[in-house]
Design a protein around this ligand. Structure first.
Ligand SMILES: C[S@@+](CC[C@H](N)C(=O)[O-])C[C@H]1O[C@@H](n2cnc3c(N)ncnc32)[C@H](O)[C@@H]1O
Length: 236
């Protein structure tokens, strides 16, 4: 397997970025990432019921506020495998969520959740560090842990189809983000890797095909001219 997709490599990358990720993410996306984390929930019907909701690749809990607004009474579980990111998530849980979020350190591709446990599975910006084979494992895992009738939504930074937008976005991700990374981290390499993953990921077309092939009902979602894309759908 290409080294950059190995779990240990990805874990190490996010452990190193965990000191600056949230601020960097906000500054370098001009706040778009906040907007997209709200938008990717829109395909899912809001509910005040006690649904079992899972946020995969939760990072520091960047999606938690919009998710809690959408599913206010949910039993909310957050999963990641970077202890660096989860350290921040735990503090957020204590300071802002009365420790109500169930945080678990696991690999999303082989979690220990029971079959059919979740009503909703979500993930923001956690797809790009998977290769095709890993996306197949993810799709099978999402299908396994969703209840029949359960729903999902995923979003990822993508390469827009429009040439001008693509050039601007490429310049931004390839040069501006690592530059900010150097100023804030003293080392732009980790943030340059995010660009490399985005180039390889392209958009959520392959993810859509893979989730469909796994037997899930899938819709394709595009955000801001394709600067982000995703899939939503349900297990029948
Ligand atoms: C770009 S961050 C996204 C964080 C957050 N969801 C957000 O909206 O900003 C990707 C996260 O996915 C996690 N991750 C990547 N592969 C994973 C895997 N196989 N299992 C669990 N977490 C994983 C990383 O540790 C990292 O925290």
């Amino acid at each position: 397997m290409n080294n950059q997709f190995e779990p240990e490599y990805v874990q190490d990358l996010f452990n190193k970025m965990s000191g600056s990720y949230e601020r960097m993410n906000y500054i370098t996306s001009f706040g778009f990432s906040l907007l997209w984390r709200k938008q990717f929930l829109k395909p899912l019907k809001p509910s005040g019921e006690r649904l079992a909701v899972l946020d995969l690749m939760t990072g520091m809990g960047e999606t938690w506020h919009p998710v809690k607004k959408h599913f206010p009474n949910s039993e909310f579980t957050a999963l990641d495998f970077s202890e660096g990111m989860l350290g921040h998530a735990r503090r957020k849980n204590e300071n802002q969520f009365q420790n109500q979020v169930i945080i678990t350190n696991q690999n999303a591709l082989k979690s220990n959740f029971e079959d059919g446990h979740f009503d909703v599975v979500l993930s923001a910006f956690g797809l790009k560090t998977f290769n095709g084979e890993q996306l197949e494992q993810l799709a099978k895992e999402v299908k396994r842990i969703l209840k029949p009738g359960g729903v999902f939504s995923f979003i990822e930074v993508s390469s827009p189809k429009n040439g001008l937008l693509r050039t601007l976005y490429k310049t931004h991700l390839k040069y501006v983000v690592p530059f900010c990374g150097r100023i804030m981290l003293g080392n732009p390499e980790e943030y340059r890797m995010l660009w490399k993953y985005t180039v390889l990921y392209q958009n959520s077309e392959q993810t859509r095909r893979i989730f469909e092939a796994a037997g899930l009902e899938v819709n394709y979602e595009s955000y801001f001219g394709g600067c982000a894309s995703g899939i939503s759908g349900r297990k029948s």
